[in-house]
Write a protein that binds this ligand. Structure first.
Ligand SMILES: [Cu+2]
Length: 386
C-alpha cells in the first residue's frame, strides 16, 4: 500500500497458476529464446506457447487492475470509429486518460467488443489476423504486453487479454532513469502490422506517469494532433462542442475555471509534424511543465507557448487557467498555418469563478479549407458562442 496512490485501489485480479520463482522464470525465458533461435520458429510461436515473461522485473504483482473495452462507435461520415473505454458505454476517442505513479504496476484487461466484420473491413491484407491490442509508450512491459501481431499479444474479436505496465522508478544506484512523463497508448494490430487503421479509427489515449511531489492538475485533457489537420480526429467546429451554459468537459470540450491548474497530454499521431500553441498562457519546458521552486533554474529553463510535435512524440503542458489574462476563449491550435487554416484549431474555455462563460466574448473558428476535405469531420466553417 502506498500513500501517494492517485486513484482508488481495486483489488488486483488473482493471477492464474502458481508463481514461479523469478530465477527459474529467467532460465525459462533464456531457454525459450534459444529454442526459438534454433528452430527459427519466430515470435508468434513463442507467444502461443507462453514463453515470454509475463511481467517486467520489479513488478512481482500488479498493484491495481482496470478493465478496458474496445468498442465500435458511430461512424463519422464514412469513417469507422472505434474507441477505448473504461466501460463499453464510455468508449471515446481519445480513450480514457491513464495515470500511474512511478513504482506502480498496472494490469489492464482489454476486452475486444468490436465486431469481426468491422475489423475485417479495415484489414489491408486478407491474411492479417483480426483483433485489437494495447501498445504503450514510455513504461516497461514484456513481449506478452507488447500488443503486436508479431508477439501474439493481441485480442481476437470477443476475447480479452491482460496487459501489464510497470512505471519503473528512478534508481540512482542502478542508473535507471525512471518512467515519469507524458506518454500514450494505442492499438498496434487493426488493419495491418502497425495498427495504422486502428489509430485512424480512434484507438489511442494518453498516459501520465507522475513522480511523488509532482504538481497535481485540476483537469487533464488529451490533445492528439493527427492526420488531415485533425485534433482528436476532428476538425473545425467538430473539435469544440462545448455548451454555452454549464459546459461539460470531455473529448470535444476543453473547459476550466479561473485559477485551476490545467494539464494537457499532447500527442502526435499519423504522418505530419505539428506545432502545439495555446493563446494567453505559457509554460516551462520541463518534464512537468513547471519549475518547482523557480529561482535557481529560472534562466536555464525556457518558458514557451509553442512546441513542435512529430509523429509519436508526446509532452505535457501545465498552465494555470486564465492566470493574469482572465477568463475567455483561448485558442489552442497547430501553428503550421495551413493546418490551422484547415480547421486544426480549438479553444480552452476559461470560465469565471462561478463557472460561467464570460459574456460578450464571441469567438469563431477558422473555416476548413476545401483542399483538406478528405478529413472525415465536415465543417460548416464557423461556430459562435453566445
Ligand atoms: Cu499541424
Amino acid at each position: 500500500m502506498r500513500a501517494w496512490r492517485l486513484v482508488e485501489d481495486e483489488p488486483a485480479e488473482p493471477q492464474p497458476g502458481p508463481e514461479r520463482p523469478r530465477a527459474v522464470g529467467r532460465y525459462l525465458v533464456v531457454a525459450a529464446v534459444m529454442l526459438v533461435g534454433l528452430v527459427g520458429a519466430g515470435g508468434l510461436a513463442a507467444a502461443q506457447t507462453g514463453m515470454f515473461a509475463e511481467r517486467p522485473d520489479g513488478c512481482a504483482q500488479p498493484d491495481r487492475s482496470v478493465q478496458l473495452y474496445a468498442v465500435e462507435l458511430p461512424k463519422d461520415g464514412t469513417q469507422t470509429r472505434i474507441g477505448y473505454g473504461l466501460t463499453p458505454e464510455t468508449a471515446s476517442y481519445p480513450g480514457p486518460l491513464m495515470e500511474m505513479m512511478e513504482g506502480e504496476c498496472l494490469a489492464i484487461t482489454l476486452h475486444n467488443l468490436v465486431p469481426e466484420a468491422t475489423l475485417a473491413a479495415l484489414r489491408t491484407n486478407p491474411s492479417h489476423p483480426l483483433g485489437v491490442s494495447l501498445h504503450v509508450h514510455g513504461v516497461k512491459y514484456t513481449q506478452e504486453s507488447d500488443g503486436t501481431v508479431q508477439s501474439g499479444s493481441y485480442v481476437p474479436p470477443g476475447g480479452s487479454r491482460t496487459y501489464t505496465w510497470y512505471a519503473q522508478p528512478r534508481n540512482t544506484k542502478t542508473g535507471a532513469q525512471g518512467t515519469a512523463g507524458y506518454w500514450w497508448y494505442h492499438d498496434h494490430v487493426v488493419g495491418g502490422p502497425h495498427g495504422t487503421q486502428g489509430l485512424a479509427a480512434g484507438l489511442f489515449g494518453g498516459l501520465v506517469v507522475r513522480r511523488p511531489g509532482d504538481p497535481k492538475p485540476d483537469r487533464t485533457y488529451t490533445v492528439v494532433f493527427g492526420n488531415q489537420q485533425s485534433i482528436n480526429l476532428r476538425r473545425g467546429a467538430a473539435i469544440d462542442t462545448c455548451a454555452e451554459v454549464d459546459p461539460q468537459p470531455g473529448p470535444t470540450c476543453m473547459v476550466a475555471r479561473m485559477g485551476e491548474r490545467v494539464e494537457f497530454v499532447v500527442v502526435g499521431a499519423g504522418n505530419d509534424m505539428h506545432t502545439f500553441h495555446l493563446h494567453g498562457h505559457s509554460w516551462a519546458d520541463t518534464r512537468t511543465g513547471v519549475v518547482s521552486n523557480g529561482q535557481p533554474l529560472a534562466d536555464s529553463v525556457p518558458i514557451i507557448d509553442t512546441k513542435v510535435l512529430g509523429p509519436a512524440q508526446t509532452f505535457g503542458v501545465s498552465v494555470v487557467a486564465g492566470e493574469s489574462v482572465g477568463p475567455g476563449h483561448w485558442m489552442l491550435h497547430c501553428h503550421m498555418q495551413f493546418h490551422s487554416d484547415a480547421g486544426m484549431s480549438t479553444m480552452l474555455h476559461v470560465l469565471d469563478g462561478n463557472g460561467n462563460m464570460p459574456p460578450g466574448m464571441d469567438h469563431q473558428h477558422a473555416a476548413a479549407a476545401p483542399a483538406a476535405a478528405a478529413a472525415p469531420a465536415t465543417d460548416d466553417g464557423t461556430h459562435v458562442h453566445n
